[in-house]
Design a protein around this ligand. Structure first.
Ligand code: SAM
Ligand code: SF4
Length: 332
């Protein structure tokens, strides 16, 4: 089979696949999933690990070099580490990363590391246990914090911490997170709260732009820019506070949209290819995967998803609710 590096119609090289392996989660973050949960997909409607491995293998033939495993919460899916091991054996895949809420990380970190995963993102929106509980609906701060420390101890590098910044919720902790990078080698990535999913508590008053976060971090110390590692690097604007061991990343999905450099394709847990987080356009690959279709037909769908990637997201054109799928089923 021929390997092709694919560019989309806007001439962007698409080399990064975000793979959501489950829509289930053990937290209920206020910006992602309502307390009562969402209507979870029945097991038979979720791609099997076998089907996901086939999709990743084929995607590599269409230029994918990096895969991020996400969810829902990936660590809650049974057999997750076995899947990771098989994924790591796919030839031509240069990098595998993982985004987790960290609740089960302490228990699985060593196995994850053994699968050759070195880079990990852990979501943590507050350094205060009570507030963590308020944001996530669960009293698991201690578990997540221990998971982060375990990842550091095992030598994951970098350990990235994702913080969704919301005015009136955790904006009082911006400097605290900044100070954490003085002591620890963590990369703290502030993410603008995105209006995604049916009811995720988004409103413009709570919206905290990255520019304001940048300014607040100056209270901790002067920030200097950090160069991008390579073209597999994400869209974060990277900075280092003077004398810090760690880094700061600012991800302004709304105020500073990075569509022009977006290299991403997504595969949802129920087998839909999405080329833009904010677009409703999806291609369902499940029927082909399940009716014995040959590789060429599936490759054609991957190519279609890539070539039809929208030039930019439409949030500003359509107001702030253009994506009705929940973040947990797309994978962020
Ligand atoms: N459960 C894992 C976790 O939370 O890390 C992985 C899936 S989660 C959907 C992936 C990322 O999306 C997390 O860092 C989460 O904070 C972020 N996220 C979810 N909903 C969001 C929203 N409405 N705006 C901004 N980021 C969001
Ligand atoms: Fe679960 Fe992650 Fe969504 Fe929080 S952001 S509810 S941890 S999937």
């Amino acid at each position: 089979m021929n390997k092709i590096i694919m560019v989309d119609s806007s001439n962007r090289k698409i080399n990064y696949l975000r793979l959501s392996i489950t829509d289930r989660c053990n937290l209920r973050c206020m910006y992602c999933m309502p307390e009562e949960g969402i209507e979870f997909l029945p097991h038979e409607n979720i791609l099997s690990y076998e089907e996901m491995l086939r999709m990743v293998n084929l995607s590599v033939y269409r230029g994918i070099q990096k895969v991020r495993i996400t969810g829902g919460e990936p660590l809650v899916r049974k057999g997750f580490t076995g899947f990771l091991k098989r994924l790591s054996e796919i030839e031509g895949l240069e990098e595998i990363t993982l985004t987790t809420n960290g609740v089960l990380l302490k228990q699985y970190a060593e196995e994850i590391k053994k699968c050759g995963i070195h880079r990990i993102n852990i979501s943590l929106d507050s350094l205060k246990p009570e507030k963590f509980k308020k944001i996530t609906g669960r009293d698991y701060f201690k578990q997540v914090w221990e998971g982060i420390q375990e990842a550091e101890r095992l030598g994951f590098s970098p350990v990235k911490i994702n913080v969704v910044a919301i005015r009136g919720v955790n904006d009082d902790e911006i400097e605290d997170f900044g100070r954490l990078t003085l002591e620890k080698p963590y990369h703290i990535r502030f993410i603008e709260h995105m209006p995604i999913g049916g009811s995720n508590n988004w409103n413009s008053e709570k919206f905290l732009p990255i520019l304001e976060i940048y300014e607040r971090l100056q209270n901790v110390g002067p920030l200097s820019p950090v160069q991008r590692r390579n073209n597999l690097d994400g869209p974060a604007q990277r900075y280092k506070i003077e004398n810090a061991k760690g880094e700061i990343g600012l991800i302004g999905a709304l105020s500073n949209h990075f569509c022009a450099v977006c290299n991403r394709l997504r595969l949802t847990a129920d087998g839909h290819l999405r080329s833009c987080l904010f677009s409703e356009n999806e291609i369902d690959v499940m029927p082909l995967l399940r009716n014995g279709a040959g590789d060429e037909s599936i490759l054609a769908l991957i190519e279609k998803a890539i070539t039809e990637k929208p030039e930019r997201h439409n949030l500003s054109n359509y107001g702030h609710r253009s994506c009705t799928r929940h973040m947990s089923s797309i994978g962020g």
